[in-house]
Design a protein around this ligand. Structure first.
Ligand code: SF4
Ligand code: SF4
Length: 223
């Protein structure tokens, strides 16, 4: 089941990741492609209002790229705890949004220069994500990505993952499979996953041998 599920998810990601080279490479020749960055920001925030960080699953070109390619060369080490700290994430988000805002202000009215500035920011942050993803785990950037942090803030209670009583919290296969290295079993007593960084990818649902995990909307539909 997990293999079939992974194949399906890869298929979706294999379409969306193409948006990354389109902007990263194409943007140096057609700078207005850089504005694609803004549409991604709006898309991530919009989806978060209804489905939490679901955008980051397969709709985000960069997230898809990390899962498809960096995962193969990643050391797959545990993501250091401070990458999950609210203070560090807000700091990263503030720095990147300040850089983006100042570039837009500075080049106001010149769409090509503004677009190039966005391509430059995308190039620098993606390169950083590749380096960190190779040293640690492919999705480490998704913990400090400003779009992910905004998505985290807007995700509270959206499309919750339910942890059923079948879970013994011992095998931890859900966590081993999770691309974000989250730990659904830690929320067994509450019965609902309380980590807003869940990208709603369903990998854990497919990986759980006890069939203890399911998203609330799917349970409601089945009832
Ligand atoms: S894989 Fe399933 S049974 Fe195992 S710890 Fe996770 S939720 Fe519990
Ligand atoms: S907890 Fe499950 S659904 Fe959420 S990111 Fe991890 S594997 Fe995906």
């Amino acid at each position: 089941m997990l293999t079939t599920f992974k194949r399906k998810r890869k298929r979706l990601q294999s379409y969306t990741w193409l948006g990354l080279p389109l902007v990263l490479i194409g943007g140096w020749f057609f700078p207005k492609l850089g504005f694609f960055l803004l549409s991604c920001m709006i898309g991530a925030a919009g989806v978060a209002l209804y489905k939490g960080r679901a955008w980051c699953d397969w709709m985000c070109p960069r997230g898809s790229f990390y899962d498809l390619f960096i995962q193969k060369i990643s050391e797959k080490k545990e993501i250091p705890e401070f990458f999950r700290k609210k203070g560090f994430r807000i700091f990263m988000m503030s720095v990147l949004l300040a850089v983006l805002g100042s570039q837009i202000y500075f080049y106001w009215g010149d769409l090509n220069k503004t677009g190039t500035a966005m391509v430059r920011i995308l190039t620098i942050t993606t390169s950083l994500g590749i380096i960190l993803g190779t040293i640690y785990q492919q999705r480490i950037w998704c913990h400090i990505c400003p779009m992910g942090t905004v998505g985290n803030f807007l995700s509270d209670g959206k499309k919750p993952l339910v942890i059923g009583e079948q879970c013994g919290a011992t095998c931890k296969l859900c966590s081993k499979a999770c691309p974000m290295q989250l730990k659904p079993y830690e929320y067994k007593d509450e019965g609902i996953m309380g980590d807003n960084d869940c990208i709603k990818c369903s990998t854990c649902v497919a990986a759980c041998p006890k069939k203890a995990l399911q998203f609330e909307d799917k349970l409601k539909k089945a009832a």
